[in-house]
Design a protein. Structure first.
Length: 218
């Protein structure tokens, strides 16, 4: 009697079918452990990149961009703010600063209150010096009522009404007041004890002024 092929039993002449190797199951590790490890590595990489970039983003800085050697870098335009003048000071509340006016200052027009005139003062009025010594006279011309004419000056010196010398002090030009000095040398011809009487005559604009001076020879 022949065996039935459908009863599931193998005959001694029919070899058994080879079996596929089964993966060994590790205790405590699920079958998808490889996928989970890859996901974990990806998460760690994202955290590290975020930790490196996030501080720069929070502080408003951008990561430096490197260009390969020899590559062309497109220049970036820089916006320049037009320069504006800074006021000399900050205006007070309710105050408006006017712009500075530049140019030539207009001349002040003098309005006379009377006839133009001038005065002359001399210092010292009285002095003492020996023969050959010098005396420095300081003279000042002051204008009144808009006087603006040249003033010529001379000094006349006399001794005992018979010895007289005249010294030209030149001409002074406006504007006034004006101060200048004149140095007088005592002549050697004068004897000790002599008194020299001097008269300073100043003339300008049809006006004449005189100042009396005295010099004692020691």
């Amino acid at each position: 009697m022949e065996p039935d092929p459908g009863d599931g039993k193998l005959s001694p002449e029919q070899p058994a079918a080879p079996q596929q190797p089964q993966p060994e199951a590790r205790p405590g590790v699920p079958p998808d452990w490889k996928n989970r490890i890859m996901i974990g590595i990806a998460i760690v990489a994202v955290v590290l990149v975020a930790a490196a970039i996030l501080p720069g983003l929070l502080t408003g800085r951008q990561p430096a961009v490197s260009h390969p050697i020899g590559s062309a870098v497109t220049p970036t335009a820089t916006l320049r703010v037009p320069w504006t003048a800074t006021p000399e000071r900050t205006p007070l509340p309710g105050e408006t600063l006017l712009p500075a006016i530049t140019g030539t200052t207009p001349a002040v027009t003098c309005v006379p209150a009377g006839e133009p005139d001038f005065t002359v003062t001399v210092s010292p009025v009285e002095a003492t010096a020996a023969r050959g010594q010098t005396v420095n006279y300081r003279m000042t011309i002051e204008a009144r009522n808009c006087f603006a004419e040249p003033v010529s000056m001379k000094l006349t010196a006399s001794v005992l009404f018979f010895l007289s010398n005249m010294y030209d002090l030149g001409t002074q030009e406006p504007p006034y007041p004006k101060t200048f000095e004149y140095t007088l040398t005592v002549p050697d011809s004068l004897f000790p004890g002599a008194t020299v009487n001097g008269v300073l005559t100043s003339t300008g604009g049809g006006i004449t002024r005189e100042n009396q001076l005295t010099l004692h020879v020691s």
